[in-house]
Design a protein around this ligand. Structure first.
Ligand code: AMP
Length: 249
């Protein structure tokens, strides 16, 4: 059974980003880039399935600029068997990525596609759902546990106030939530081994996909600055301020 895992190159989760002065977007020039954290969880889960003998091959896929090769090398170091970069300098919105992944699903015929629940740069939480719709596959989002057996995936999903368990017929699309697993650290020997693993590069045109943006960003702005607080002399003053100044937002 093949598992396809989607990994996105995003600004590292520990880096503080700022808005460009012209308000057209977030300034990511010269910032540390890493694999989207939910995608690390996705790769880890796929590799665990292969290590358990459930999956036979793990293919990592990234769509974006040439530097996304580094992200794919990380996926290979975690344990993916091979990688595919769909290279494009265009800004790829979730629908474009979902179409590219759908084309790869048609080409590779994986039994399971694992994505992150969301990319921490755009916070869209759309790509997995769109892929499932385009490919006509069952989906389980926000997975906290995945068990694959007898042609089905049993997925425990994080939902408000609890866990929902779904049984999906394979092939299926699953998106990861934080509690699914704790990704391993990549070791130096595995980083070295990853350099020799196959990494194929394709262009969107080769997959017959038009990646033109369907959405136009009108403006990106910083959240309003919080104004400084005041110290009150005593509880009486605090109660007074709560009565007269505090507002329900
Ligand atoms: P989003 O819908 O943008 O929040 O992204 C959800 C998930 O889709 C991510 O966690 C990735 O697994 C996948 N994804 C989004 N964009 C890309 C991309 N450019 N390349 C590969 N996978 C992506």
């Amino acid at each position: 059974m093949k598992v396809l895992v989607a990994v996105k190159r995003v600004v590292d989760a520990n880096v503080k980003v700022g808005v460009k002065s012209d308000g057209t977007g977030v300034d990511i020039a010269n910032l540390k880039m890493s694999m989207n954290p939910f995608d690390e969880i996705a790769v880890e889960e796929a590799v665990r399935l292969r290590e358990a003998g459930v999956a036979s091959e793990v293919i990592a896929v990234s769509c974006g600029v040439a530097q996304a090769q580094e992200t794919l090398r990380t996926a290979l170091a975690i344990g993916a068997d091979r990688a595919v970069l769909v290279e494009s300098a265009a800004e790829l919105q979730p629908l474009a990525v979902a179409k590219l992944l759908k084309a790869l699903v048609d080409k590779e015929r994986p039994s399971l596609v694992i994505l992150g629940k969301q990319a921490i740069d755009d916070d869209s939480n759309q790509t997995g759902q769109m892929l499932a719709a385009l490919a006509g596959l069952p989906q389980a989002t926000f997975a906290a546990k995945i068990v694959v057996a007898r042609g089905r995936a049993t997925v425990a999903r994080e939902v408000d106030g609890g866990t929902q368990t779904l049984s999906l017929q394979l092939p299926a699309v699953v998106t990861t939530d934080l509690r699914l697993n704790e990704p391993r650290y990549v070791t130096l020997p595995n980083i070295m081994k990853a350099k020799k693993k196959p990494l194929e590069t394709l262009k969107p045109e080769e997959l017959g996909v038009d990646v033109t943006s369907r959405l136009k960003t009108l403006k990106v702005s910083e959240p309003p600055k919080r104004s400084a607080g005041v110290k009150v002399a005593d509880v009486k003053a605090l109660v007074e301020k709560l009565k007269t100044e505090a507002k329900v937002l």
